[in-house]
Design a protein around this ligand. Sequence first.
Ligand code: NAD
Length: 487
Amino acid sequence: MNATRMQKVVAGIPTRLIIGGEHREAGDGATFEVLDPATGSSLARVASGTVDDAIACVDAAESAAPDWAATAPRQRSDILRRTYELMVERAEDLAVLISAENGKALPDARGEVLYSAEFFRWYAEEAVRVRGEIQTAPAGTNKIIVLRQPVGIAVLVTPWNFPAAMAARKIAPALAAGCTTVLKPAGETPLTALAIAELMVEAGLPAGVLNVLPSRQSGPVVAAMLADPRVRKLSFTGSTEVGRTLLNLANEHIVNSSMELGGNAPFLVFDDADLDAAIAGAMVAKMRNGGEACTAANRFFVQKGIADRFAVRLAEAMGGLRMGPGYVEGTTLGPLVNAKTRDKVAGLVEDAVRAGARARIGGTVPDGAGYYYPPTVLTEVTADAGILRTEIFGPVAPIVTFATEAEAVELANQTEYGLVSYVYTADLGRGLRVSEAIEAGMVGLNRGLVSDPAAPFGGVKESGLGREGGVEGLLAFTETKYIAVDW
Ligand code: NAD
């Protein structure tokens, strides 16, 4: 794999808005630049949708809605299944594309493509299993019938860190449920979204069911769609800050909302844990996507008896990664997505070190082009350090020690976030007890990876509302209708 191959893949991706099956320039002709995080140079220019383009997307979704909702579930299922197959067939090109615009290393990008494809396969299977209910009213006077109907036009807003997976996790269940959609991908990574939409056309998706609106004016275009009474659903993945703004807007217009927001995952290691397994799990939980994951282990709490050995082994494992352009074969740690993200990570580490933390490895921004930050392990981090209260979103592992189980749980819960947590212990009783006590939507128990299309993914507290994946992920795109009937 080399830069020429990457450029060839990027050159094959459409760069205009996709509205009602047509490729269109933005209404005002505006475009924006997509950058290669490995070099900081331009990869492509993409049309930047306006508010009028956003309303045109809703128009297209509205025109397509009645037919799509009336399509036989098996037909919707077949299109989703075909999308899965095409994604697997084209996995290598898609992985290169993700590496190009997001920066992640090819092994991570390949993993993301297969993970994304699995959402299409899972929801192809679920599309034909949307069940209702029937019961006799307790008074015996009538029947209660409950139907699940498509919620209506859904606006899907996705982040840059998993440009394919976050789109797939929304598109597949929305389409399975019978909704038509407008996808607003992140400005850093619009090409992957456009490539997936192209693939779905090839899979047989009718025009207008999935409209794609890259835009540098994300605030105004999303606000305009939420203010349009035809839009009935907002499914957002991104930061808690933007989620809060969008929830306020959705609230005003009474739009059904699902929110997958930020995380601050604790990674607990007890003295009795299998150290090899804990290190392997930590490498996945911390280093998948170079740490740019909402599920990334952000705070390592390690019991005193195992803490030194854990720190030495983690530094060894993280230090073994090879940093370079994501799309170059052999790279295991790509650059961060942009300069702002890299500078934020560097600032958090500098502050922690100034407050007394020790960098076992890493800790300084390398010279040269690209938004690189090296694998960094920090020990002697104080429990009140700023780095423990902020989503790091980079390859940095701060380690804090603890003495008792109660202290570990208390430390883990000292955050406004509650997406995922990780627990390593050989004592199953303790593992389950701690899993129950931790305030998080998901727990990895002796496991560093929880994401699975068949499981309900989501957070508590300020990490979000609702679940994606699993049966819940499809129900989120349905409305419940109750019919009281005499027969
Ligand atoms: P972000 O909140 O900056 O952006 C997310 C999306 O919202 C992008 O498409 C962006 O263009 C758009 N956006 C930004 N401002 C907007 C506004 N005012 N109105 C409407 N849309 C707006 O997040 P990001 O930097 O792209 O992604 C990183 C964040 O996403 C992290 O906090 C991470 O934890 C979170 N995330 C959460 C999950 C999850 O499942 N819980 C998954 C992946 C990422």
